[in-house]
Write a protein that binds this ligand. Sequence first.
Ligand SMILES: Cc1ncc(COP(=O)(O)O)c(C=O)c1O
Length: 339
Amino acid sequence: MENIDWSNLPFGYHKPDYNVRCHFKNGKWGELEISSSEYLNIHQAATALHYGQQAFEGMKAYRGKNGEIRIFRWEENYKRMERSAHGILMEPVPKQTFKDAIFKAVKLNERWIPPHGTGAALYIRPLLIGSGAEIGVKPAKEYLFVVFVTPVGPYFKAGFKPIDIAIVRDSDRTAPLGTGMYKVGGNYAASLPGIKETKEAGYAQPLYLDSKEKKYIDEIGAANFFGIKNNTYITPDSNSILPSITNKSIQEMAPDLGIKVEARPVPVEELETFEEVGACGTAAIIAPIGKIKDLDQDRTFTYSSDGKPGPISTKIYNKLLGIQFGDEEDPYGWIDIIE
Ligand SMILES: Cc1ncc(COP(=O)(O)O)c(C=O)c1O
């Protein structure tokens, strides 16, 4: 095996050994298949390719202190994928098939799980696509479920440091009654212009506002938003954001850290009242925000000017990462160990 500098691995694709697949045909799901090919052989008229019938998930397996393989809240990813499938009329994968496929994909690629202490983890990508051929706009009759994994480095190579983001107003990732609450590819295609615009302006991620009125905060790139003030963790309640499992976990553990929680619409004006702001999601767990630039109104909200994250974001980050890597107790039953 090549020599890998785990701590400097990018957050990108690195070829694993195997993936796991399952087909839905003739009204039923088949047996799991193991493949070592990185390619899918797919019909040119598959609905996934033309009409965006596809959903995916993102989760991580962590190597614990004693070498154990730890998976974080896979049932939540299952539930979200099931909702995504229903949302765009795809055939959901049975829960047991989902579990067996992710556990098998991790176990078969065990040598790619980064060692404990490197900050790196094994990213798990379940993918469900309409594979049946249709030319009219309608749901496919056949589906393909694939789980592949890839080792990913720590999101912050330079340590846990604030990033700067920008509000974008001239593109939306989702419509008010659209598919924003599902993890489907179309939302990500729609988010690319906003990401491009923010990167070109010199910012790390776009901050999306609600697409109907542009009055409330939705989310930050592929992560949820939170603001902190008066020892309270405040996060948007909106039906056009992806319900983040990291965010849900933070809300569940915050009271045990002595932090209050509010999930409610967050008006843009409130940005000036926060003591700390952050983005939360599987990739970075928490990305503290240093500054938010409003590109149209030429104003900037500053939360950190010394390159340091705020104390509450740091407390939450250390606790959650500690549970995931097994350096802290898991009183919530969030971790499954893969034997
Ligand atoms: C649009 C969007 N929002 C939020 C998140 C964060 O969700 P989670 O914490 O489940 O990774 C993700 C990543 O999955 C995402 O793609």
